[in-house]
Design a protein around this ligand. Structure first.
Ligand SMILES: Nc1ncnc2c1ncn2[C@@H]1O[C@H](COP(=O)(O)OP(=O)(O)OP(=O)(O)O)[C@@H](O)[C@H]1O
Ligand SMILES: [Mg+2]
Length: 441
């Protein structure tokens, strides 16, 4: 390479020196005896000289920009993972990049079978497909996991094709590869993450199911508790009614009127018992049947249950409801009655407990904007201030455990808020406690 350059330089210098000598000679001749021929000759020689010098400079400039062939070969060798093998699959050529990624030195690879790089994770079928493709004179392209010298691995996108000599004889194979280890690692990480997320989701849905089941059990228990609560009073009425009838008959006091009244009461209360079950069944169901009803009718329905009981305790019910103008409301039948009955029963209990001389319960309806509010007020003196904020809590009671469970107001509050889209609250008035059952019209 160096000798070639030296010879070129020598020839160039020889031509330039000859041109300089010739042109100097011609210029002297031109001065001594100027003629057309010597002028032309001088111009030709100077032009040749200028031509050589500018070609030399131009070449030098171009050589500086374009890397030599060996330079580009080096770049390919260092950056492209290439290997060649003979027909048996023994490696005959390996690029520097190939050595670097596999961890082997070039002389450790040459002559060795290609399968020293085969990773155990690669399935045999993948190589079957590779050989079938190449043998049928096609180019095989695919992702391959290779084994490093140190036991590690790397992934490549390999393109493998047959290699031919000058006479078109098939002499081996050429493989060009692209390092895709990072891409594969990222994919592996994604798969692991996906798997972990799947497991976590499965786990959480199992837990959710358990929670759901136990919540269902709690709800069922609550429902049974609520039914028992609502049944206590009508059962008492039924049993007292039946016992009363028997006694009156025994003493010969049973009139047709008393008999009919007692039977109606027993019937009303028995109907209420069955309604209670439906109400609570619907309450825990997701689907609830809304119905548009007349509010005054629903209030009367609740009164049918409580009035006999109030009357038996000599409690006066001041029903101030205006029945002339029916108010339409959309509610779940039954639920509103439960709420009213609970409040009436509480009023009855406190009036008896505090032995109020002239016990009264005032029943009113207030219409306010888009709301309609049923108010139930007693004259028992009100809820003590230290407990007024706790009376809607579950199992909060000031009564003996044989009388109260502390579920009545809690259940009523839940029905009003969660099912009837309304509200329930209490205020103490001059005479006693006033409960507000607020509904949307
Ligand atoms: N009209 C009222 N006046 C004064 N205090 C009341 C009134 N209504 C309710 N309370 C108080 O609120 C408490 C809770 O009432 P709640 O109806 O939730 O339970 P309870 O009546 O004690 O028992 P039960 O579960 O059998 O109804 C009562 O124990 C009582 O102390
Ligand atoms: Mg109660």
């Amino acid at each position: 390479m160096c000798r070639l350059k030296f010879r070129k330089m020598f020839m160039l210098m020889f031509i330039v020196t000859s041109c300089v000598v010739c042109s100097t000679f011609m210029i002297i001749t031109l001065f001594l005896s100027p003629s057309i021929i010597s002028i032309i000759l001088t111009i030709v020689i100077i032009a040749t000289l200028v031509g050589f010098i500018s070609t030399y400079i131009l070449k030098k400039e171009l050589n500086r920009d374009i890397p030599s062939n060996s330079n580009s070969n080096n770049i390919i060798d260092e950056n492209v993972i290439v290997s060649e093998s003979d027909l048996k699959g023994n490696i005959t050529e390996a690029s520097e990049a190939f050595c670097q990624i596999s961890g082997y030195a070039k002389d450790e690879l040459i002559g060795k079978p290609h399968n020293i790089l085969r990773h155990p994770d690669m399935p045999a079928e993948a190589f079957e497909d590779l050989w079938n493709t190449i043998k049928s004179d096609k180019v095989w392209k695919g992702e391959v996991k290779n084994l490093k010298k140190d036991g590690g691995y790397y992934w490549v996108m390999a393109t493998i094709t047959k290699k031919y000599d000058k006479n078109n004889n098939h002499i081996g194979y050429i493989s060009v590869r692209q390092d895709i280890t990072n891409k594969k690692r990222f994919e592996e990480l994604n798969d692991t993450l996906e798997h972990r997320i799947k497991l976590a989701v499965e786990d959480s849905s199992k837990k959710e199911k358990i929670i759901f089941e136990s919540e269902k059990m709690v709800m069922l228990g609550e429902m049974i508790g609520n039914i028992a609560h609502q049944w206590r009073q009508p059962l008492t009425v039924i049993s007292a009614g039946a016992t009363g009838l028997l006694m009156q008959k025994e003493y010969g006091l049973l009139t047709d009127e008393v008999f009919e009244k007692a039977c109606t009461d027993i019937n009303d209360n028995a109907q209420y018992l069955s309604e209670t079950i439906d109400t609570f069944k619907n309450f825990i169901k997701d689907e609830k049947k809304l119905e548009t009803v007349i509010l005054q009718d629903r209030i009367n329905n609740a009164l049918k249950i409580v009035e006999p009981n109030l009357a038996s305790k000599y409690i006066t019910l001041n029903n101030n409801i205006d029945y002339t103008e029916p108010i339409n409301i959309t509610i779940i039948i039954g639920e509103l009655s439960q709420v009213m009955i609970n409040i009436f029963n509480n009023a009855k209990d406190v009036l008896i407990e505090r032995a109020i001389e002239e016990p009264i319960i005032n029943l009113d309806i207030i219409k306010k904007d888009d709301k309609v509010i049923i108010t139930i007020e007693d004259n028992a003196g009100g809820v003590p201030n230290d407990i007024i904020n706790r009376i809607f809590e579950p199992y909060f009671t000031t009564k003996h455990e044989s009388i109260g469970t502390g579920l009545g107001l809690h259940m009523s509050y839940k029905i009003m808020k969660e099912s009837l889209n309304g509200n329930l609250y209490v205020k103490n008035t001059d005479i006693g406690a006033k409960f507000f059952i607020e509904l949307l019209r």
